[in-house]
Structures are given as structure tokens and as C-alpha cells.
Design a protein around this ligand. Structure first.
Ligand code: PGA
Length: 250
């Protein structure tokens, strides 16, 4: 059985003080939760404060992005050693907002996956199609391309440090969740793709999260699908009660 993992992507929200407040609430409310792994991904500026709050809890820290060089003249970027120093154990890579607004491509995603999986952090790699692509019947082709190119040169060993997040772009922040069946179909497709690329054991092991308008009232149904191993939660992760409800649904 794959252990479920629920991650909160705070996106560009929460100042340091606000992050501390939310992290404190999550720490208290998560004390008795054993069933799922919990990760929160605050903005870079709040990583240290948040790490300090959650260090004696079961909640783990993640970043929303990472650069593939360790240091140097790369204005505005944050490196893996910096994330480790801040206490991160996870890094989200290739979120659709980064692909849409900040020029991320499968090639930059690949370099970032190479970097993170070569360390002791775990990469949460996002893939997903637009509404036009879904309507055109292109979902599987798009996911295939994103994974084949994004994972180029990634070894079996590195796969152990990867979680895939299937996030249909049309469902992110729109309130339009994929139905459990729509999500399960793509999750199964992804698992079979991993099987063809890395074999049955890797396919069985890899955790595939669903993301896109996950809320307390739809989480249980999504998370009960056989190939949905967790959730990457945006909006609903900004409120302690809602995020904890989603974790409990796992
Ligand atoms: P949402 O965002 O839950 O607000 O739709 C999900 C995500 O972008 O990871």
C-alpha cells in the first residue's frame, strides 16, 4: 500500500507572521494524524520561520520551486543547498503556473528534477493539460510528452525521490474539480506510463497526487480512487481547518 501524501502549496501567499500563525494552527490540529504524510510549501521568505514552528511535528517542509545550480550569478533564483539549509525536504517542480507565467519548459523541469533527485530531497513534479487540450482529446499525449521529456535520463534510483502531481490546468483555482473518474483515468495512464518506462515495481511504488480545486467536500471521493495517492492543495491549504479536513479524508 502506498502511503497517502497531502501537500499544501501556499503559492504567493502569507507573510512571515501569517505563515507562523498558519503553521502553528496546523501543528496543533495535526497532532493525532497518523494516516498520511503532510507537507506544506510556504513562499521562500517564510521557509525559516515555518521550519522553526513545525520542527517538532509530523509536518514536513517543501519549497515551491528550485534552481539547478548551487550558487552563482542567477539573480532571483534559490538553490537546493539554500532550501536544505531552510529545512526543506520537498520541492515542487514544474507547477503549471511556473510553466504558464515564468517560461518553465519540460527541459527546465528536467534539469530541476535531476538536481533534486540527486539530493536527499523529494521532487513533486507537476503535469497536466489545459482545457483546450482536454477538449481536443489530447490529454494523454500531453502528459506523455511532459513525463517523457521531463524525466529524460532519470534513473530507477532517482525515481524513488519523485512524486508526480497530476494537475489539470482547467481545475486549478477554478472550483472546477476533475471528477474522481476523470482523475483516476489519468492517474492510471500515468502509472502505466511509468511502468513502461521504469518497470512494474517503480510503477507500483510511485505516489501520484491529484491537484486542482481539492476541497474538504471532494477530497474523500478523490482520495479513495485506487491510483490517487494524495493531493496537492492550493487555495484550501491556506486555512488550517480546511487543510486538516483534507488530510483526514485520506
Ligand atoms: P487549487 O490549486 O487547489 O487552488 O486549485 C492547486 C495547485 O495549483 O496546486
Amino acid at each position: 500500500m502506498r502511503r497517502k501524501i497531502i501537500a499544501g502549496n501556499w503559492k504567493m501567499n502569507k507573510t512571515g507572521a501569517e505563515a507562523i500563525e498558519l503553521a502553528k494552527a496546523l501543528k496543533v490540529k495535526s497532532v493525532n494524524i497518523e494516516r498520511a504524510d503532510m507537507v506544506i510549501c510556504p513562499p521562500f521568505t517564510a521557509l525559516y520561520q515555518t521550519a522553526e514552528i513545525i520542527k517538532a511535528s509530523k509536518i514536513k517542509l517543501g519549497a515551491q520551486n528550485v534552481y539547478w545550480e548551487d550558487s552563482g550569478a542567477f539573480t532571483g533564483e534559490i538553490s537546493l543547498p539554500m532550501l536544505k539549509d531552510a529545512g526543506c525536504e520537498y520541492a515542487i517542480i514544474g507547477h503549471s503556473e511556473r510553466r504558464q507565467f515564468f517560461g518553465e519548459t519540460d527541459e527546465t523541469v528536467n534539469r530541476k528534477i535531476q538536481k533534486v533527485t540527486g539530493s536527499d530531497l523529494t521532487a513533486i513534479v507537476c503535469v497536466g493539460e489545459t482545457l483546450e487540450q482536454r477538449k481536443a482529446g489530447d490529454t494523454e499525449r500531453i502528459i506523455n510528452t511532459q513525463i517523457s521529456n521531463g524525466f529524460a535520463g532519470i534513473t530507477q534510483e532517482q525515481m524513488k525521490r519523485i512524486i508526480i502531481a497530476y494537475e489539470p490546468i482547467w481545475a486549478i483555482g477554478t472550483g472546477m474539480t476533475a471528477t474522481p473518474e476523470q482523475a483516476e483515468d489519468v492517474h492510471l495512464f500515468i502509472r502505466n506510463l511509468i511502468k513502461s518506462l521504469y518497470g512494474a515495481a517503480a510503477a507500483d511504488m510511485i505516489r501520484i497526487q491529484y491537484g486542482g480545486s481539492v476541497k474538504p467536500d471532494n477530497a474523500a471521493e478523490l482520495l479513495s480512487q485506487p491510483d490517487i495517492d494524495g493531493a496537492l492543495v492550493g487555495g484550501a491549504s491556506l486555512k488550517a481547518d480546511a487543510f486538516i479536513e483534507i488530510i483526514k479524508a485520506a
